[in-house]
Design a protein around this ligand. Structure first.
Ligand SMILES: Nc1ncnc2c1ncn2[C@@H]1O[C@H](COP(=O)(O)OP(=O)(O)O)[C@@H](O)[C@H]1O
Ligand SMILES: [Mg+2]
Length: 503
């Protein structure tokens, strides 16, 4: 007897269809799995055998061969358990094979036969949709995630014992029905609020501008002035994700195993890797290629605290994802592409000891090392360089400058202006940028002067215009004027100051 069940494995971020074929023939009882599976796949034999027997089925006393096709594709992880069990049950006539034919089957099994969630349910459902299948069979916990994909029915199954029930469309769903109790806005209870910050009006304005247009930001200042505090509050002023962006982030987090609850992710990701992270950890890689922090931060924020402590090679690897909004990882003849449109937020002391000017006690060599780390590829791609000075005693006692709710409203309005044009300002290039900015003649003159007189680079010129577009959006103004551009140039000018401090 032969039976075939469809499942999906994830390669990079893409779902690939895999046919699980089970063949039973007379002979000494044996159970083999072939088809380039990893360790977890070969261990599936033990889980599947125990799960079948503990769920009241018979394990066929025959030669059982399971083939995973196509044979050239590497299959990793325990997500194939349920499909292997279904194929054996269908081949031995214990469940109707016809009911499984239009479905993709994804899930891990416990020895007792419970179906456990596994990574990539949303991606698998997307794969099922493009393969023209009618539905996906997943663990109960993943029904809401899989049902985000239109035109594909998400069937849940709590355990192998209840498989027949789950596959019968005439019977009520086998999983407990989610009453969808309307989860509250997640931001209100997780992200800390700007109302905790005293003083730092200038820095708060700068993070509002950066968040509005998705611009890269570097906070510099002595230790203990609130740099880390400010950066961690940026998620509280970002508008929620929706539409395709939300689905994309949900899918990435599902594959990376970062999901905590079911359903659509609407909160922009915030990733803050430790400074000991490697280049591969940051941009992705390995075999098989796995997404790095830049991809986990896609449509959200990548926060690099204590920037000068990061490995220089790791920071240099950020250049491509920052510029292209994607990383290409080449492994042999294959290229894995991962999206990486994130907003970079970095924080650093102006020098290793953290004290500026004459109080600085750093040696020449230390300063050079610090400068080398900060300058170069990264600094050139930072749009706002922001001083975070020590707050004065009066500022520390005064009421907070603002709250996250107030700032979020402004940021939301600026984002809406951008949505009407089609692109986030940070994504504008060349002609699109000029059309969106429509600089007035005095703004154009200012830009020309800055270019001729102050040695602004061509890239710097574009970055300044993009930033000015955002400042004008916050002002609700149609055309970029010299005032907006002046502010934008000032945000960039910290660069020279930083270089001087470090020199
Ligand atoms: N401007 C500020 N307003 C309120 N508290 C502050 C401020 N700056 C620093 N703090 C307090 O000091 C602590 C350390 O701040 P932190 O953000 O870690 O400083 P930095 O990253 O600049 O070294 C914060 O957790 C907070 O309690
Ligand atoms: Mg800090």
């Amino acid at each position: 007897m032969l039976a075939c069940v469809t499942t999906f494995v994830i390669d990079g971020l893409e779902p690939h269809a895999v046919s699980v074929e089970a063949d039973l023939r007379p002979g000494l009882p044996a159970f083999t799995i072939v088809g380039l599976g990893d360790r977890a796949v070969s261990e599936a034999r033990e889980r599947v055998r125990a799960a079948l027997l503990n769920s009241g089925y018979e394990f066929p006393l025959r030669r059982v061969t399971v083939n995973l096709a196509p044979a050239h594709l590497r299959k990793v992880g325990p997500g194939l358990d349920l499909a292997i069990a279904c194929a054996i049950l269908a081949a031995s006539g214990q469940i109707p094979a016809a009911a499984l034919a239009p479905l993709a089957v994804i899930g891990e099994l416990s020895l007792g036969g419970e179906v456990r969630p596994c990574r990539g349910a949303l991606a698998a459902a997307e794969g099922a949709r493009s393969a023209g299948l009618d539905g996906v069979l997943v663990a109960c916990e993943q029904v809401s995630e899989a049902s985000l994909v239109p035109d594909v029915a998400a069937l849940g199954v709590p355990s192998l014992a209840r498989l027949a029930e789950a596959l019968d469309p005439a019977r009520p769903p086998a999983c407990p029905v989610d009453d969808g109790g309307g989860s509250p806005d997640p931001r209100t209870d997780v992200a800390p609020d700007l109302a905790d910050v005293r003083g730092q009006r200038h820095a708060i304005e700068a993070i509002s501008v950066a968040a509005s247009g998705g611009h890269n930001l570097l906070l510099t200042g002595p230790p203990g002035t609130g740099k880390t505090m400010l950066a961690r509050r940026i998620p509280s002023i970002l508008p929620p994700l929706h539409g395709a962006a939300a689905l994309e982030v949900t899918r990435i987090q599902g594959i990376a195993g970062l999901r905590r609850d079911a359903g659509l992710v609407t909160q922009p990701p915030f990733r803050a890797p430790h400074h000991t992270i490697s280049a591969v950890g940051l941009v992705g890689g390995g075999s098989p290629p796995a997404p790095g922090e830049v991809t986990l931060a896609h449509r959200g924020i990548l926060f690099l605290d204590e920037l000068s402590e990061f490995d220089r090679r790791a920071l240099e690897a950020l250049r491509q994802p920052l510029e292209d909004g994607a990383v290409a990882i080449v492994r042999g003849q294959r290229v894995a592409r991962f999206p990486s449109r994130f907003m970079l937020v970095a924080a650093t002391n102006p020098c290793p000891c953290g004290r500026t000017g004459s109080a600085c006690s750093c040696g020449e060599a230390e300063l050079r090392r610090h400068e080398r780390r900060l300058s170069g590829p990264l600094l050139d791609r930072v749009d706002l360089l922001v001083d975070v000075p020590r707050p004065t005693g009066i500022e520390l006692l005064a009421p907070p400058a603002t709250t996250s709710a107030l700032v979020r409203e402004r940021v939301g309005a600026a984002r809406e202006r951008q949505a009407a044009r089609g692109l986030l300002n940070a994504e504008l290039r060349g002609r699109q940028l000029v059309d969106a900015a429509r600089p007035t003649s005095s703004a154009r003159r200012l830009l020309r002067d800055a270019y001729d007189r102050d040695g602004l680079s061509a890239r710097g010129r574009e970055r300044a215009l993009r930033l000015a577009r955002t400042i004008a959006d916050l002002d609700d103004v149609e055309r970029v004027d010299d005032e907006h551009l002046g502010q934008a140039l000032q945000y960039r000018s910290g660069r020279e100051r930083l270089a001087r401090l470090a020199a």
